[in-house]
Write a protein that binds this ligand. Structure first.
Ligand SMILES: Nc1nc2c(c(=O)[nH]1)N[C@H]1C(S)=C(S)[C@@H](COP(=O)(O)OP(=O)(O)OC[C@H]3O[C@@H](n4cnc5c(=O)[nH]c(N)nc54)[C@H](O)[C@@H]3O)O[C@H]1N2
Ligand SMILES: Nc1nc2c(c(=O)[nH]1)N[C@H]1C(S)=C(S)[C@@H](COP(=O)(O)OP(=O)(O)OC[C@H]3O[C@@H](n4cnc5c(=O)[nH]c(N)nc54)[C@H](O)[C@@H]3O)O[C@H]1N2
Ligand SMILES: [Mo]
Length: 612
């Protein structure tokens, strides 16, 4: 790290991180002089939705989502498969909503678990959601069933929106989405009848087709028309406790960092992982060259699409450090692996959550770290001291930092070790708007922007438009993927208990496709994508009516190639390996990953290579 700093400047060392270890290393990096930091939870996850909601309501959705699912009368899920996507609070609140007879509308080309709990399942043709969203707006506006008082008081640009969606009739959308016009009208009326206790859910993993910020804006606009933001059963005003910063000298000011790397994308508000990867491949006259990577808690090869580019970047950088809890694909590329102990064996930063009531939570060790593993805070501190940054790590044990912070918050380590989670009283005011209450949104106009002044200023469509996306060629199916309820991304497949529950993913194939391709249940197949990339390992077929015939589906996170993962190695296929094409969101740089197509191979394509 010293060498990189002396030779190229600290900015040339990038931190790619996710989760708790990331915050300790972020502290180290800022002290060291680098703000070249990014995490996949932005450009591979929820970035576009924050842009879309930010431009409309002047506020990020944020995490956890301030959705009042518990009290909603109508929940609309657009490719958000809560129940398989195990965001616990949302799953629990959704089951409360089901008990309360809330209407659930699920838009998904797949009959997800959420779809099975829904009154309306709209099996949309993949990639066409924008058409449905625009025609829902059309129905709400032209049937005069939107929340007029709310729109009049808080909305900006309604007349422009009304004109904009005039031609987006349900009949128009039918031809694109395959959803019948009467279904579109009926579901729009159901939403309007429930309003304002209705949630058109923002989703979470929303990097799909490249126009994702705009699709998220369409979702935000619908919520605005229904008067759902700041209303019971819609979205509540969240509140969070600010954790005081443990005293340290000010950080040095880097010459460039994540912002400059993402300067092509005017609405990027966090580091873009794929831009860091690109900047690590040397080019002529490079303004922001990256020479080394520090990776903590993110398995890049299963996380960021376009393996070829990542591998080229890995070959180009001079030095790679990986902090991980176990041997993964990424640890195989490291010059140095620093083994972290697991979350059950360490203290971490205090978690402060946005909820109806703000709360903090303590992570503390239940057991001693094993072998040579250490907590990330210890790793960061040891490195910091060797880099001459003692003043930024002015404590013996991170426990002292936590104890100090908790004291400032009027509690103590002793109390938190007993209670684990502590709620605080709200200070920011009520959860919801009162009837007619004046309210200023943090947008240019101070209102909910149906017409975005910021997008107009920067030369983008001020209101979302429908753009057709690529379609599979003959013999190819769209590669669709999502969460396994038993697993977290690619990180838990080797865990013995979770591996017992699910040890491989399967390829969901519609029975019509199975007939055409002559496939049987549990038959092993290989997949070849539009760029000729073939899955390293076979995947078993699951014949089902629960997926449309134009796509196939698999759980993300399987098909591990590191042999040290004794249970996970070679089990199932990796969706990431087959995602070689991305469509970048021009607003914030997210990688749209759902424009990849595969054909199904029944003969082992790798066998031939071995024989010859
Ligand atoms: N068990 C478990 N839960 C998790 C996670 C985990 O790893 N494991 N990860 C968490 C994280 S970080 C995230 S971001 C969330 C992600 O969770 P979500 O945002 O809910 O889900 P995705 O995985 O993006 O979406 C998968 C769904 O989108 C559907 N879909 C695919 N294409 C289209 C389309 O064109 N239109 C529509 N309408 N639907 C489509 C798929 O059929 C599938 O049902 O899950 C969180 N929860
Ligand atoms: N193809 C495809 N790509 C995706 C997605 C998808 O659905 N499909 N989903 C995207 C989304 S929504 C997200 S949020 C990202 C998530 O992306 P990542 O967070 O990178 O997900 P994982 O692949 O689980 O990699 C996590 C790594 O952290 C390690 N790890 C686990 N716990 C700890 C710990 O306590 N300390 C340390 N130091 N390491 C730990 C694991 O061993 C593993 O190597 O992936 C994105 N990428
Ligand atoms: Mo995510």
């Amino acid at each position: 790290m010293k060498g990189i700093k002396d030779k190229y400047g600290a900015e040339s060392m990038a931190l790619l991180k996710h989760g708790s270890p990331g915050s300790h290393l972020e502290h180290l990096f800022k002290a060291y002089g680098s703000d070249t930091i990014a995490e996949p939870a932005y450009a591979q996850c929820r970035g576009p939705r924050e842009t879309g909601f930010g431009l409309t309501f002047g506020a990020w959705v944020g995490s956890p989502e301030p959705t009042d699912i518990r009290d909603t009368k109508c929940l609309v899920l657009i490719g958000s498969h809560i129940g398989e996507n195990m965001h616990n609070t949302q799953v629990q609140e959704m089951s409360d909503a089901i008990d309360n007879n809330a209407t659930i509308i699920t838009v998904d080309p797949r009959y997800s678990t959420a779809a099975s709990k829904s009154k309306y399942w709209l099996p949309i043709k993949p990639s066409t959601d924008m058409a449905l969203l625009l025609s829902w707006m059309h129905v709400l506006i032209y049937e005069d069933i939107y929340d007029k008082a709310y729109v009049e008081q808080y909305g900006f640009g309604f007349d422009e929106l009304k004109e904009h969606v005039r031609s987006y009739t349900p009949e128009w959308a039918y031809g694109i989405t395959t959803i019948k016009p009467e279904e579109i009208r009926k579901t729009a009326r159901v939403m309007a009848a429930a309003a304002p206790s209705v949630i058109v859910h923002p989703g979470r993993h929303v990097v799909w087709y490249g126009d994702d910020s705009q699709r998220s804006r369409a979702i935000a606009i619908l919520n605005g028309l229904l008067g759902a933001w700041g209303r019971r059963g819609g979205f509540y005003f969240k509140e969070k406790i600010k954790i005081p910063t443990y005293p340290h000298p000010p950080f040095p000011q880097p010459k460039w960092g994540w912002e400059e790397l993402g300067e092509k994308y005017p609405f990027a508000e966090m580091g873009i992982t794929n831009e860091i990867v690109q900047a690590s491949i040397p080019k002529k006259d490079q303004k922001y060259p990256i020479k080394a990577w520090f990776i903590a808690g993110t398995n890049l090869l299963n996380t960021i699409p376009q393996h070829k580019i990542i591998e080229k970047a890995i070959d180009s950088v001079e030095f790679i450090v990986v902090v991980d809890t176990m041997p993964m694909e990424i640890t195989g590329y490291a010059d140095v692996v620093l083994p972290e102990c697991t979350y059950l064996e360490r203290y971490d930063g205090i978690r402060s959550a946005t909820n109806r009531e703000p709360s903090i939570a303590l992570r503390m060790p239940a057991a001693e770290p094993r072998f040579e593993s250490k907590p990330a805070w210890w790793i960061a501190k040891q490195l910091g001291e060797r880099l001459g940054l003692h003043d930024y790590f002015n404590y013996k044990d991170f426990k002292e930092v936590i104890a100090w912070q908790l004291k400032q918050l009027g509690t103590s380590l002793e109390e938190m070790e007993k209670v684990g989670v502590k709620k605080f009283k709200r200070k920011s005011g009520p959860l919801f708007l009162k009837e007619g209450q004046p309210y200023e949104f943090a947008t240019n106009s101070g209102k909910i922007e149906f017409y975005s002044t910021e997008l107009e200023e920067k030369g983008f469509d001020p209101m979302p438009i429908y753009t057709p996306h690529n379609e599979p060629d003959q013999g190819f199916y769209r590669l669709n993927y999502g969460r396994s309820p038993m697993h977290t991304f690619s990180r838990t497949v080797n865990n013995p208990n979770l591996n017992d529950l699910m040890d491989e993913n399967k390829l969901w194939v519609n029975s019509k496709v199975a007939r055409i391709e002559d496939l049987k249940n549990n038959q092993e197949v290989w997949l070849e994508n539009q760029d000729g990339i073939i899955s390293s390992f076979p995947i078993k077929v699951r014949v089902t009516e629960r997926i449309r015939w134009d796509s196939v589906y698999m759980y993300h996170g399987f098909g591990h190639s590191n042999k040290k993962l004794s249970r996970a190695h070679g089990k199932g296929a990796s969706d990431t390996q087959l995602i070689t094409k991305v469509t970048i969101d021009p607003l914030m740089g997210g990688t749209g990953m759902r424009g990849n197509f595969v054909k199904i191979l029944t003969e082992n394509p790798h066998k031939k290579e071995i024989v010859s």
